[in-house]
Design a protein around this ligand. Structure first.
Ligand code: PLP
Length: 406
């Protein structure tokens, strides 16, 4: 895997109106046309180079879209008001009533709820499968299936999708492979591995400052234009549009993504390796013990590391809650959902971000109620963090001595 996304991002140059080093922000919802004919043509779909209304597109959103296309190596990208805005638009663009999709069973709880509950209104069924079992994925495909959907590294169980193999399968059946790459920007470039559409919640690592909600769809020009079509585009008609001011601030944050991803990954690997030595039930795709380690190693850009997400199973919800509260008291992070912040964030997904998934289903996929998901921060002294976390676990009886798990 050798796609140099950070070089592509670095080479993008936009100047502001007066030669500023940042592009000017388009502070307008609507745009003037020099002739009535151009306005008519634009509404007929000849939108190249024209702005008509900011729900359709705006210069600031297009700049951010170009940066995301460079990140993923796709022809283009559309930005949206949230990750869910991207996911729902893609699914509704590709599926008609009575269609079907095959999805990984371990995905973000909101995506799962949308597929399982909301799509019922249109009689669109979803088969949730173990995405690492290619036979099960293939078996689930029917003549009505309109896509295979997965996350590059899954929320919250950190399963790794074999994108090359899934793409081969999708191509065999003539359907697109849609990959949510929110957990692994830069680490994986799914488009370069054969994925057709790549989705991001920009809310997370890409923005990195936990101050906004945004999303993106990266893909072909045809697909992204179809999403914006004034008559039939799910992006345009469902109206999940990102505000230009936010697009501009996300673009500025994206410039440090490569540095942040390396540090998140370095810190997470340090903690995971040491917690594993301590005998804790830690899951991190950078550990050789992780079932998806080899697949990730084969398909990743190694310079960015294995990502900032790690899970620890401490056996029960009570223990998980006590540990998270103590870690917050010790200023090691925040008991909060979401990810990609400079500070470590932790939550128990079974009762938060994956609570939409029924308890029996959580159990079947290996999501125990003692599981804590950590988005490891940019701590400068990760050894100090490790020692303090370990002290907390000893105090709570999760570790009896420095290396024995209860
Ligand atoms: N995809 C993944 C993997 C997520 O974790 C989330 C949110 O947690 C989303 C999508 C949804 O993104 P947003 O909250 O920006 O709508």
């Amino acid at each position: 895997m050798n796609y140099k996304a950070s070089n592509k991002l670095q080479d993008l140059q936009y100047f502001g109106e007066y030669g500023g080093v940042n592009p000017s922000i388009s502070d307008s919802s609507t745009y003037t046309f020099l002739s009535a004919k151009t306005m008519f043509d634009t509404f007929e779909g000849n939108t190249e180079g024209c702005y008509l209304y900011s729900r359709h597109s705006s210069p600031s959103n297009l700049y951010l879209g170009e940066a995301l296309a460079a990140l993923e190596g796709t022809e283009t990208a559309n930005v949206t008001a949230s990750g869910m805005g991207a996911i729902t638009a893609v699914i509704l663009q590709l599926c008609d009533a009575n269609d079907h999709l095959v999805s990984s069973r371990t995905i973000y709880g909101g995506t799962y709820a949308f597929m399982k509950n909301f799509l019922k209104r249109f009689n669109i069924g979803t088969s949730f499968v173990d995405i690492t079992n290619l036979t099960a994925v293939e078996k689930a495909i029917t003549p009505k299936t309109k896509m295979i959907y997965c996350e590059g590294v899954s929320n919250p169980l950190l399963e790794v999708a074999d994108i090359k193999a899934l793409s081969k399968l999708a191509k065999k059946f003539g359907i697109p492979l849609v990959v949510d790459n929110t957990f692994s920007p830069l680490t994986i470039a799914p488009g370069k591995l054969g994925a057709d559409i790549i989705i991001h919640s920009l809310t997370k690592f890409i923005n990195g400052t936990s101050d906004c909600v945004a999303g993106a769809v990266c893909g072909t020009k045809d697909f992204c234009l179809a999403l914006k079509d004034v008559n039939n585009g799910a992006g345009m008609l469902l109206g999940s549009t990102l505000d230009s001011l936010r697009a501009a601030s996300i673009l500025k944050n994206m410039r440090t993504l490569h540095i942040r991803m390396k540090k998140h990954g370095e810190n997470a690997l340090y903690l995971a390796e040491n917690f594993q030595k301590d005998g804790l039930r830690v899951v991190y795709p950078g550990l050789k013990s992780h079932p998806g380690h080899r697949v990730l190693k084969d398909q990743m850009n190694p310079e960015y590391g294995y990502g900032g997400l790690m899970t620890l199973d401490v056996g029960s919800l009570d223990r998980a809650n006590a540990l998270m509260e103590m870690l917050q008291d010790k200023k090691l992070g925040y008991l909060a959902v979401s990810l990609g912040f400079y500070k470590t964030l932790f939550s128990a997904p079974g009762t938060s971000t994956s609570s939409e998934i029924l308890i029996e289903e959580q159990k079947a996929m290996g999501l125990g109620d003692g599981l804590i998901r950590f988005s490891i921060g940019l701590d400068n002294d990760i050894h100090r963090t490790y020692c303090t976390m370990k002290d907390c676990m000893v105090q709570l009886g999760i570790l009896v001595s420095s290396t024995t798990v209860v």
